[in-house]
Design a protein around this ligand. Structure first.
Ligand SMILES: NC(=O)c1ccc[n+]([C@@H]2O[C@H](COP(=O)([O-])OP(=O)(O)OC[C@H]3O[C@@H](n4cnc5c(N)ncnc54)[C@H](OP(=O)(O)O)[C@@H]3O)[C@@H](O)[C@H]2O)c1
Length: 268
C-alpha cells in the first residue's frame, strides 16, 4: 500500500514510545513536525537529532494536556499552523488502580488527556484541513477499547477514541480527510513502566515493536479502514472480544478472580 505524504504533523506524547517513533518515521519522509509532551528536554533532544539527520523543521511545545492553559497553548499553535495536515493524538497513560478505590484524580486526568485533549485538538485542526480537502487525524486508542478486563477508565476512554474516530470519519466521508483509530496491543514503550505494570511477567510472543506498530498505522492512512489493529495476535484477540459468540466468554472470564488477577498485572 502506498504511503500518503504529509507536509506538517503535530504529535502529542512525542517524548517517548509510539509518539517518538511516529516523529522518527515522519521525519524520514520529510514531514515537518511539532512535538508536544511534558518532558521538554526529551523533546529538544529528539528534535535536534531528527532535524540534523533528516533536514526537517521541528518545533517543540512542552505542554501538560491535563492542564487547561497548556491545552489552550496547543490549540493556539494548531490554529496558527495553516499547513498542518496530520494530527496524531497519541499522548496517554495506563492506570493500575481500581476505579472504586482510586480518589487521586487519575480518572479525571485520563478523561482530560485521552478524551478532552483528543476532542479539542481535533476540532482545532479540522478547519484548515477542510479548506484544503487534505489531512488526517490519528487517534491512538488500544485493543483495551474492546475489553472488559483492562481497567475501567483506561478501557472506557480508549473506547471513546474508537467511536469518536468512527463517527467523525462518517461525518467527513466526502471531504478527502482521513480519520484513524489505532488500536495497538502490548507494545514495547515506557507505558507499562509509567503505569507500574510488570511487563516482564508477560511472554515475549504477545509484544510488538513500536517501529512496526507505527509503520502499520502510517501505511493504513491510504486505505479505507478507520479501526487499525496491528498484528495477527491482536487482530484475533479483538475478533474474540467483539464477536457475539465469544464475547459472552470474555465477560465470564472478566468476572473470574484468577483471570482478573492476571489481567490486572498485564493487559492495559
Ligand atoms: N505500549 C502499549 O502497550 C500500548 C498499547 C495500547 C495503546 N497504547 C497507547 O499508546 C499511546 C502512547 O503510549 P506509549 O505506549 O508510547 O507510552 P509511553 O512511552 O509512556 O508514552 C506516552 C507519551 O504520552 C505523554 N503524556 C502522558 N501524559 C501526558 C500529559 N498529561 N500531557 C502531555 N503528554 C503526556 C508522555 O510524555 P511526557 O511524560 O513527557 O508528558 C509520553 O510521550 C498511549 O495513548 C497509550 O494509551 C499503548
Amino acid at each position: 500500500m502506498k504511503r500518503e505524504g504529509y507536509e506538517k504533523a503535530l504529535i502529542t506524547g512525542a517524548s517517548s514510545g509510539l509518539g517518538q517513533e511516529y516523529a522518527t518515521q515522519l521525519a524520514q519522509t520529510g514531514t515537518d513536525l511539532i512535538l508536544v509532551a511534558r518532558r521538554h528536554e526529551r523533546l529538544k533532544a529528539l528534535a535536534t537529532g531528527l532535524s540534523t539527520s533528516y533536514g526537517v523543521k521541528i518545533e517543540v511545545l512542552p505542554a501538560d494536556l491535563s492542564q487547561d492553559e497548556d491545552l489552550e497553548k496547543v490549540v493556539l499553535k494548531i490554529r496558527q499552523t495553516c499547513n498542518l495536515d496530520l494530527l496524531i493524538n497519541n499522548a496517554g497513560f495506563g492506570g493500575h488502580g481500581k476505579f472504586h478505590l482510586e480518589d487521586g484524580g487519575e480518572a479525571e486526568r485520563m478523561i482530560k488527556v485521552h478524551v478532552l485533549a483528543t476532542t479539542i485538538l481535533t476540532r482545532a485542526a479540522l478547519p484548515s484541513m477542510l479548506v484544503r480537502h487534505h489531512g488526517a487525524i490519528i487517534n491512538v486508542a488500544s485493543v483495551a477499547a474492546f475489553s472488559p478486563l483492562s481497567g475501567t477508565m483506561y478501557s472506557s476512554t480508549k473506547a471513546f477514541e474508537v467511536m469518536f474516530s468512527e463517527n467523525l470519519q462518517s461525518e467527513l466521508y466526502d471531504t478527502g480527510l482521513k480519520v484513524q483509530a489505532l488500536c495497538p496491543g502490548l507494545t514495547h514503550t515506557e507505558f507499562h513502566q509509567v503505569a507500574g505494570i510488570k511487563a516482564e511477567a508477560i511472554p515475549g510472543m504477545f509484544w510488538m515493536k513500536a517501529e512496526d506498530v507505527v509503520k502499520i498505522s502510517l501505511r493504513a492512512l491510504s486505505g479505507h479502514k478507520v479501526i487499525i489493529v496491528p498484528g495477527t495476535k491482536n487482530k484475533l484477540m479483538t475478533f474474540f472480544l467483539r464477536c457475539p459468540w465469544t464475547f459472552a466468554l470474555a465477560h465470564w472470564a472478566a468476572r473470574q478472580k484468577k483471570i482478573r488477577h492476571i489481567a490486572d498485572s498485564s493487559l492495559r
